[in-house]
Design a protein around this ligand. Structure first.
Ligand code: S3P
Length: 439
């Protein structure tokens, strides 16, 4: 599907963007190995989360909708315990979900049965040695195809070994895979991260009764230790907040469209995810947070955004890790900011759903942006007027959505080819964008 849009007069209204993808996938996986019935309320329903749920169903978990009419939409997942999963009769299809594949690899590495993990052509292009390498060091018998999926995991007779792992890249997926493998290890798993990454797995494991200790050193490096559980995991009761990474598109939209005023409610505000908020505020954005509260161990709140003029900033280090998924839409904001915006320490953007340093930047240039890729990031000169053009979503949900936001301030018509790839995390994105269009 292609999608064509023109700039609105302005944007107004209140949205509850779809629920958090990272939290939904983790809850689906952990619920399956807990002992007892977990409830996941308001899970995200998207291509990625459907992939995770289908993989768990293939491993024997019987997932059903929550039946009570008083409950918000949700899932009832009767867990099978740490040792209750059964071998899937077919390869587990992670579709395009890197989170599903890498996290599943972690806990399947400790099982007594064999598994094969596979996915779409896009997922097969993404690097997997970053998980298979340290899992092998823990004693897992796991093969990859030259560093990529499909992954073949052979069942073990005994436990995995504990590990102390100095992670060369900041990756929450690698960290989570090793922590989940640690549930099946004979000793502690200790991971040192170069920069703190999203900690939803740690929070959820603690809620399930597992001892996970996090420490930060003076330089901001985080060390996480998981002690192998001596008892089964408690079932989870999770209310999934709106996804900050989906709200991010509207934070930028309402900032750069003149006269806009938008409220985004029930948004997850885990500090390991909200780097974009800090970056936009440093640039002069008018964003306020109200109704801060805690939902099941995750901070949430409502965000109110009014349009504002922006000034360029420099981003790097820990802040880059805290906004790793937001760089496509951040680049759009930077095109409207006065001065030269510089992004460093973001080389991971090359191995996301698309190469977000080369491909995405090429598409943004078609709209007139003055942006160049560098070895580990990009440089944007602003403010630059954008003009509508035909651009390609590159099969990457965040690229397609970011181009949609650029189209709001591009003169004339912007047509996004392959816009349906937004279904990975935000199936109704373009409908919601239209809902905010105001005279
Ligand atoms: C995710 C971690 C990040 C992020 C991805 C989701 C997760 O990936 O980019 O969209 O749910 O753990 P990396 O671990 O590769 O940085």
């Amino acid at each position: 599907m292609d999608y064509a849009l023109t700039p609105p007069e302005t944007l107004r209204g209140t949205l509850r963007v779809p629920s958090d993808r990272s939290i939904t996938v983790r809850a689906a996986l952990l619920a399956g190995i807990a002992e007892g019935v977990s409830r996941i309320r308001e899970p995200l329903d998207s291509d990625d989360t459907r992939a995770a749920l289908q993989c768990m169903a293939d491993l024997g978990v019987q997932i059903a909708p929550l039946s009570s009419p008083c409950d918000p939409p949700g899932l009832r997942i009767p867990g099978l315990g740490l040792r209750g999963l059964r071998a899937s009769s077919r390869p587990l299809d992670c579709r395009s979900s890197g989170t599903t594949m890498r996290l599943l690899a972690g806990f399947l590495a400790g099982q007594q049965f064999n598994s094969t993990l596979d996915g779409s052509a896009q997922l097969r292009r993404r690097p997997m040695r970053r998980v298979t390498g340290p899992l092998r060091a823990m004693g897992a018998r796991i093969e990859d195809a030259d560093g990529h999926a499909p992954l073949s995991i052979h069942g073990l007779c005994g436990p995995l070994r504990g590990i102390a792992y100095d992670m060369p890249i900041a990756s929450a997926q690698v960290k989570s895979a090793l922590l989940l493998a640690g549930l099946y290890a004979d000793g502690p798993v200790t991971i040192c991260e170069p920069a703190p990454t999203r900690d939803h797995t740690e929070r959820m494991l603690r809620a399930a009764g597992v001892e996970v200790i996090a420490q930060a050193d003076a330089g901001g490096r985080a060390t996480i230790t998981l002690l192998p559980p001596s008892q089964s995991l408690h079932p989870l009761d999770v209310l999934v907040p709106a996804d900050f990474s989906s709200a991010a598109f509207f934070l930028v939209a309402a900032t750069i469209v003149p006269g806009a005023h938008v409220r985004l409610v029930e948004v997850g505000l885990n500090p390991t995810r909200t780097g974009l908020l800090d970056a936009l505020q440093a640039m002069g954005a008018q964003i306020t947070i109200a109704n801060r509260r805690d939902e099941g161990g995750e901070p949430i709140g409502d965000l109110e955004v009014r349009s504002a003029g922006l000034a360029a900033v420099e981003i790097g280090g820990q802040l880059a890790a805290r906004m790793i998924d937001e760089f496509p839409v951040f680049a759009v904001a930077a095109t409207q900011a006065a001065g030269v915006t510089v992004v460093r320490d973001a080389e991971e953007l090359r191995v996301k759903e698309s190469n977000r340093l080369e491909g995405f930047i090429g598409e943004l240039r078609k709209l007139g942006a003055r942006i160049e890729a560098t070895a580990d990031g990009f440089v944007v000169e602003g403010p630059s007027p954008l003009r509508g053009a035909v651009v390609d979503g590159l099969g990457d949900h965040r690229v397609a959505m970011a181009l949609g936001i650029a189209g709001l301030v591009a003169e004339g018509t912007t047509t996004i080819l392959g816009a349906d790839c937004v279904a990975k995390t935000y199936p109704m994105f373009f409908r919601d964008l239209e809902l905010l269009r105001a005279p």
